[in-house]
Design a binder for this molecule. Structure first.
Ligand code: ARG
Length: 284
């Protein structure tokens, strides 16, 4: 386990070192799933394309938040509506900035491209700050943390990350869990062949339930939600490093970054962020 943490730290550095080498979206599997898979949108009749460029009546622009809404408690559907920690913090930021708010749901690895091409103003998706992603977008201050954990069926012979060799690992495409697991063994990963990528975390969990993969590596809070919602699964702790979640903004848009960051800072300071987190995550 300790080995994994060390290797992981090395991986983060490697990721930084290699970040300039051609992968311009900052995710290992980027490009394989395109923005064509985006499904716009909730909470507004406008498309995100229009909303990000047009002024709406009176007060100002729309803050379009790109996300992948199968990641409870950060973003998930309740009926037709996307709710969750990110949805509420995003809305609170928009309110503070006097902007309208809209959520655009898409594949996780389409979020950074959507920010880059102006389809979305911000990305909020329990998104971990990584050196690789920082080449492509700017990040606000952080507002939450996460860690990758392993979901296994009860009774699995996998009892820790050390047992993952030779196992079929399910991940959500383009996430840090994907990056870590699909990396080479020298870097603490298990190699491309060990990993099956799914466009949603929930699809990876379905594959686990039907025995197509032996485990799923995903962030701890969504893991808890999946295990609660499905019988016969449990979570193994890992020694993976703590990840910091932050809001992504286009690299050249320093004005928006500063506004969003200042609003987030105020919402952290006055306790709003914590109360939103507490609403969705009950302390053990
Ligand atoms: N924290 C992980 C990452 O940044 C996973 C995020 C997945 N988020 C989502 N909304 N599906 O790679």
């Amino acid at each position: 386990m300790k080995k994994i943490a060390t290797l992981l730290a090395a991986l983060m550095l490697m990721t930084a070192a290699f970040a300039g080498c051609g992968n311009d979206t900052g995710s290992s599997a980027a490009g394989t799933s395109s923005t064509a898979s985006e499904s716009s949108t909730t909470q507004s009749s406008e498309t995100s394309q229009e909303a990000s460029t047009e002024e709406t009546s009176g007060s100002g622009e729309t803050l379009v938040m790109a996300t992948n809404a199968f990641f409870e408690p950060y973003e998930y559907y309740e009926g037709d509506e996307i709710v969750g920690i990110d949805a509420e913090i995003g809305k609170a930021i928009a309110d503070k900035l006097g902007m309208d708010f809209e959520i655009s749901d898409m594949e996780f690895d389409a979020i950074i491209p959507a920010i880059q091409n102006g389809k979305a103003s911000i990305g909020m998706a329990g998104m971990t700050v990584t050196p690789d992603r920082e080449k492509n977008v700017s990040f606000s201050q952080t507002y939450a943390t996460g860690v990758q954990v392993i979901i296994v069926p009860e009774g699995s012979d996998i009892t820790s990350a050390d047992d993952l060799e030779g196992k079929k690992i399910g991940v959500q495409q383009g996430t840090t869990g994907d990056l870590y697991c699909s990396d080479t063994p020298e870097n603490g990963g298990f190699g491309e062949d060990a990993v099956t990528r799914y466009s949603k975390g929930s699809d990876a969990v379905m594959a686990l339930l039907s025995g197509k993969v032996d485990c799923v590596v995903i962030d701890n809070e969504p893991a808890k939600a999946f295990v609660e919602a499905n019988e016969g699964l449990k979570i193994l702790d890992t020694a993976y490093v703590e990840e910091e979640y932050a809001i992504a903004v286009a690299k050249d848009n320093t004005e928006l970054l500063e506004k969003v960051d200042a609003a987030l800072g105020e919402l952290k300071e006055d306790g709003t962020v914590q109360s939103i987190i507490d609403k969705y995550i009950t302390a053990e």
